[in-house]
Design a protein around this ligand. Sequence first.
Ligand code: GSH
Length: 220
Amino acid sequence: MSEITIYSFDKCPFAQRTRMVLIEKDLPFELVEIDVYNKPDWFPAVSPYGKVPVLKHEGNTIYESAIINEYLEEVFPQIQLMPENHFERARARIWIDYCSNRYLPACSQLMRDRNDPEEQEKNLENLGEIFLFMEHECFEKNNGGVFWMGENITLVDLHYAPFFERFGAYENLFGAQWPEECKNIRSWWSAMQERKSYQNTFLPVESHIETYTGMMQRFG
Ligand SMILES: N[C@@H](CCC(=O)N[C@@H](CS)C(=O)NCC(=O)O)C(=O)O
């Protein structure tokens, strides 16, 4: 039996992050698939927040995808997914935070304001600025390399990737677009799509469109 168990849901981008980290680190794990729309009765005993992902390791429960991923990085450092240098590590954490606190809220706002054309125009403009900030403030300041932190893939790439995968659904449903000049982000995304961790976890855009359409119907 594997020493790591991950409770996951195939459509969940947060759980996908953690599955990608496990694959990048080449760690064997047992996958327990949870339908979050129809959770089993025993699930609250496993997941304190009632959410996926949850990681079980050596009898301990760890939850929240970003925290699980840092845990895996500390406990299994053989394949390293954070930079060595202290400043670069801080920089990696800034971009992880940027994803959670700037990029994702800007994407979610598109769903919230979908019936308000005036607000939606501002939201699309704001999202465009966020892309430009990432392009200029991160990618252009790296000394080469295609990844978010430069030469090597890190937790930052794996933090963003599931949400870039879903961008096709935002394009289709809300007309979102990346600014033309985000050339480094485009190259990064092409490189990410080549990774085994992505190829083993991604779902087609049609599935994401269906998921978001279902969410909009359920939550109004
Ligand atoms: N902040 C959490 C978010 C996890 C999350 O929202 N998971 C969703 C599925 S994508 C879930 O389990 N939802 C079930 C529920 O809220 O009842 C993380 O990063 O792990």
